[in-house]
Write a new protein. Structure first.
Length: 277
């Protein structure tokens, strides 16, 4: 499964380059492996690279993989929409729930955890794109909701989570991340410990890191064997330049030049690793 190891190395390189460009410490940013439909054996391969966080969308998948994954140290975050009738099961297997978005769910979790006599870490999910197809508390109600969750002593609020707008227009995506950052700052002013921001995926992680993300959630980019990608160059929207994550240097090439297939040889000369999978 060398492609998994190579994919993770590529993503870590992108995270490092984006963090350094933004004047941030790359160690502040964690990579969460979104492992929906990924086999337990492939997850173990990924965790053996040194990663420690995985995220599952479905309770059934957490249950099915739980025993196999016990052989390697890691934390499991639940990142999908959580139905209240699944609370009893998810608290058995998840170390953190990133999708708390309504009071009914929070109160159900509180009651279950009182019964189990333990606590759990949670993130509040915010619908920063205002899309009806997405879950999450509305930005306008996020602060009030966070205050309500804070009263539930079995839930430890660790941060905020959002799914940015899926768009090729970077500025529209950026607005989602900026909104979550502003909500975080308002909550911190109210003594709410939302120190982590879980935002950004493979298509927008550079923008998310610029806006303060501390957890990047990536799924298909880790296990993909079909995409044509450059594992060392990535386009930095703010500067309109390509960054070589092997050398940490910026390229003067235009985006169209680097995306063109004729750019493969030039990228090789820059010590980039192109892979056609």
């Amino acid at each position: 499964m060398s492609f998994i190891i190579e994919n993770i190395a590529s993503l870590k390189g992108r995270i490092r380059a984006a963090a350094e460009f933004s004047g941030r410490n790359p160690n502040e940013i964690k990579l969460l492996l979104a492992t929906k439909t990924v086999s337990a054996s492939n997850i173990i391969t990924a965790l053996e690279t040194g990663e420690t966080l995985i995220g599952e969308n479905k309770v059934q998948e957490i249950k099915e993989k739980f025993e196999t994954l016990k052989v390697i140290s890691h934390q499991t975050h639940f990142i999908g929409h959580l139905q209240t009738n699944k609370v009893k099961e998810v608290t058995k297997y998840a170390d953190c729930i990133q999708s708390v978005d309504r009071l009914e769910l929070a109160e159900k979790l509180q009651k279950r955890l009182e019964f189990e006599d333990r606590t759990i870490d949670v993130f509040i999910q915010v619908n920063t794109s205002y899309e009806e197809s997405k879950f999450g508390i509305s930005p306008e109600n996020a602060l009030i909701f966070a205050k309500q969750v804070k009263q539930l002593d079995r839930l430890n609020i660790k941060g905020l989570m959002t799914i940015g707008l899926f768009s090729a227009e970077t500025q529209k995506v950026r607005k989602c991340f900026q909104l979550l950052k502003n909500i975080q700052l308002s909550m911190l002013d109210k003594d709410l410990s939302v120190h982590d921001l879980s935002m950004g995926m493979s298509n927008d992680l550079e923008t998310a890191i610029e806006e303060g993300s501390t957890i990047i959630r990536v799924g298909t980019a880790i296990t993909s064997t079909t995409a044509i990608v450059c594992t060392a160059c990535h386009w930095h929207q703010s500067t309109l330049r390509w960054f070589n994550t092997c050398s940490g240097e910026a390229s003067t090439a235009s985006r169209s030049e680097c995306e063109d297939s004729s750019r493969v040889e030039a990228c090789s000369a820059m010590r980039c690793s192109w892979m056609v999978r």
